[in-house]
Design a protein around this ligand. Structure first.
Ligand SMILES: [Zn+2]
Ligand SMILES: [Zn+2]
Length: 521
C-alpha cells in the first residue's frame, strides 16, 4: 500500500507542470492535404477543485487584465469591427418582422406567429456574433424614483466620456497619476468575533444578511452609477467579489484615477438599492403548501382552492406608499488606498483582487470551529427559503405564484445557484470589469499572451482557415481515454517548457527583457 499509484503520479506530474487535468480531445483535419491530427486542448475551468492548472492560468490572465487597465494614461480605443453582410441581413430581417408585427398589433390581430419569428431572429442575431440586443429585453415597470428620505442626496454632474484620471504635478515638476484600491463591505448584522462567527447567533440578522448577498450585484451597479455622476466622468473599475470571514460578500475594486476618502464616504452613504418585490408574509409552510392545478396550470390554496395571485398581479398591488421588500446598502466601513502605477503596493493589491477567484465563495474560508460551522449552517438555512428571483419556488411560501410557474415547484427546493452552499447567496459574476478598462476583452488578453509565447518560441501562428475541427466522441475509434490524454499533455508540456527555458536563456544573453512568469499560454 505504500507504493504510490501510477495514475496518481501522472496527475501530480500534470499539475506540477501546469498541464490541464481534463484535456478535451479534438480531431483536426488539414483542408488541403486531408491530414488528420489529434489535438488536446485545455478544459479552461476556473476552479482549482476542478482543474488547478487551468484555474491558475485563468487567474493570471485576470491579473494581467487588471494590471493593464488600472493606470492607463491614454483613453482606450474601442473600435468595433464593421458589421458583416450576414449580420446586416439578419438585422434587416428583424426590422421587417418588427414592422409586420406592429402593423398586425395596431389592428388588434394575433401576433403570435411573428413574435415567435422575432424570437428566432433575435437568437440568430446573437449567433452571428453581434453584441447586445436590438430592443431592450422587457419593458420595466414604472416605480417611484423619489429618493429615500433616509439617504442624503448626491450632487449630480453631467458624465463626460473621459475615463482617465487626473494628473498631478509635484513641486519639483514631476507628474504622477494616482489610482485607487477600494474595499466595500456589507453593513453589520450583529457583532462577530475574530473568526467571523456571531457573538450572539440568535440576534444576528440572518435574513438581512441573506437578502444583501442576493442583491449585492445590483447594489454594486448602483454604487458605480452614483460614483460616475458624482465625479463627472466615465470612471473605470476592475472589481472582484469575495466573502469575508463572517461569510458576507465584500468587493475589492481597482479604480482608475483617484477620489478622496470624504467623497467616497459621501457616495457610499447615499447609495442604496431597493428591491420592489412583494412584501407578503410567509403563510404556507410545512405540509400546507399551494397545490398545482393541471386544468388551469396555476397554483391553488390547498384549503379553499382559490387561485393564488400570479407574479404580475402581486407586483401590480405594490403601491407608491408601500415599502420595498428590501433596501440594500453598503456598510459605513470601507477601505481606500491611493497607489501609483508599477509600485509594489499596486502588485500586492492585484494579488488581493485575484486571490480567491479560483475558489467558490463558500470554499474560501473553511470552518475550523463549531461556532463557524454553525454560522455557515444558519446562513444556508436563511438562504434556502429566501426568494432568489421572480421565478423562485420560494414565492409559494408567500402565497404568490412565481413567474413562469410550473408543476413540481416546492419552496426550499429552488434550483437557483444562489441557494447553494458554495455560493453564499451571491450567484453573480466574480469579476466585474467596466467596458473601457483595458479596451480589451479577456479573449484579447489571452491572444496577447499567446502571441508573446509563439514569438518567444519562434513558432509561426497556425492559420485557422486551414483546418476543420470536430470533437472526438467516446464511441469513435480514435478516442483517447482521459488517462491516455493526460500522458500526452504531460509529455507536451515538458517538451515546450524545455523549449521556453532555452529561448529565455538565449534572450537573456541578448539582453531582451522578458516577463517573469512562464505560464503564458
Ligand atoms: Zn483544465
Ligand atoms: Zn430561488
Amino acid at each position: 500500500m505504500a507504493l504510490p499509484l501510477a495514475r496518481t503520479v501522472v496527475k501530480d506530474l500534470a499539475a506540477e507542470h501546469g498541464a490541464c487535468l481534463r484535456p478535451v480531445q479534438l480531431r483536426r483535419t488539414d483542408i488541403d492535404t486531408g491530414h488528420v491530427e489529434q489535438v488536446l486542448i485545455p478544459c479552461g475551468h476556473t476552479l482549482t477543485s476542478v482543474c488547478p492548472s487551468c484555474a491558475e492560468r485563468a487567474r493570471i490572465l485576470r491579473a494581467a487584465q487588471c494590471r493593464e487597465g488600472w493606470h492607463l494614461d491614454h483613453e482606450p480605443v474601442i473600435d468595433p469591427d464593421p458589421a458583416t453582410e450576414d449580420q446586416r441581413a439578419t438585422v434587416t430581417n428583424r426590422a421587417e418582422a418588427q414592422a409586420d408585427r406592429d402593423a398586425l398589433a395596431s389592428e388588434g390581430l394575433d401576433t403570435g406567429e411573428l413574435d415567435q419569428r422575432i424570437g428566432e431572429l433575435d437568437q440568430q442575431i446573437t449567433d452571428t456574433g453581434l453584441r447586445g440586443h436590438v430592443l431592450p429585453a422587457q419593458p420595466r415597470r414604472h416605480r417611484s424614483t423619489r429618493r429615500r428620505q433616509d439617504a442624503a442626496p448626491l450632487p449630480r454632474r453631467p458624465v463626460s466620456a473621459r475615463t482617465v484620471g487626473k494628473t498631478y504635478t509635484a513641486p519639483d515638476g514631476k507628474t504622477f497619476r494616482p489610482s485607487l484600491f477600494v474595499t466595500l463591505t456589507c453593513p453589520s448584522y450583529g457583532r462577530v468575533g475574530e473568526d467571523g462567527a456571531p457573538a450572539d447567533p440568535d440576534t444576528y440578522d440572518y435574513t438581512r444578511a441573506a437578502r444583501d448577498a442576493l442583491h449585492f450585484a445590483a447594489l454594486f451597479d448602483r454604487f458605480i452609477q452614483n460614483l460616475r455622476r458624482y465625479v463627472g466622468y466615465d470612471l473605470q473599475y476592475f472589481a472582484a467579489i469575495e466573502p469575508q470571514r463572517r461569510l458576507a460578500p465584500h468587493v475589492h475594486l481597482a479604480i482608475r484615477g483617484t477620489i478622496s476618502r470624504a467623497e467616497l464616504r459621501e457616495v457610499i452613504a447615499a447609495t442604496y438599492h431597493q428591491v420592489w418585490w412583494p412584501t407578503a408574509d410567509a403563510t404556507y409552510d410545512g405540509d400546507r403548501l399551494p397545490v398545482w392545478d393541471e386544468h388551469t396550470s396555476t397554483f391553488l390554496d390547498p384549503d379553499t382552492g382559490e387561485v393564488l395571485p400570479t407574479w404580475d398581479q402581486a407586483l401590480d398591488v405594490i403601491g407608491d406608499q408601500d415599502e420595498p421588500r428590501h433596501v440594500g446598502r453598503f456598510g459605513a466601513r470601507f477601505d481606500a488606498q491611493g497607489l501609483l502605477a508599477g509600485s509594489r503596493d499596486a502588485s500586492r493589491c492585484i494579488g488581493y483582487l485575484t486571490k480567491y477567484l479560483t475558489k467558490h465563495l463558500g470554499d474560501c474560508h473553511q470552518a475550523a470551529t463549531d461556532a463557524q460551522a454553525d454560522h455557515a449552517v444558519r446562513l444556508a438555512d436563511a438562504l434556502q427559503y429566501e426568494p432568489c428571483s421572480p421565478t423562485c419556488a420560494n414565492w409559494l411560501r408567500y402565497g404568490i405564484q412565481p413567474r413562469n410557474a410550473q408543476p413540481g415547484l416546492r419552496p426550499g427546493a429552488c434550483k437557483g445557484k444562489a441557494h447553494r452552499r458554495e455560493y453564499l447567496g451571491y450567484a453573480g459574476r466574480r469579476v466585474l470589469v467596466s467596458r473601457k478598462w483595458s479596451g480589451k476583452t479577456l479573449a484579447d488578453h489571452r491572444a496577447d499572451r499567446r502571441t508573446w509565447l509563439t514569438g518567444m518560441l519562434g513558432i509561426s501562428a497556425t492559420d485557422p482557415r486551414r483546418y476543420t475541427w470536430e470533437p472526438v466522441k467516446p464511441s469513435d475509434p480514435d478516442h483517447m481515454p482521459n488517462r491516455q490524454r493526460l500522458l500526452h499533455v504531460v509529455a507536451d508540456r515538458i517538451q515546450w517548457q524545455t523549449a521556453l527555458a532555452e529561448a529565455r536563456r538565449q534572450a537573456e544573453g541578448s539582453g531582451d527583457h522578458l516577463p517573469a512568469d512562464g505560464r503564458a499560454a
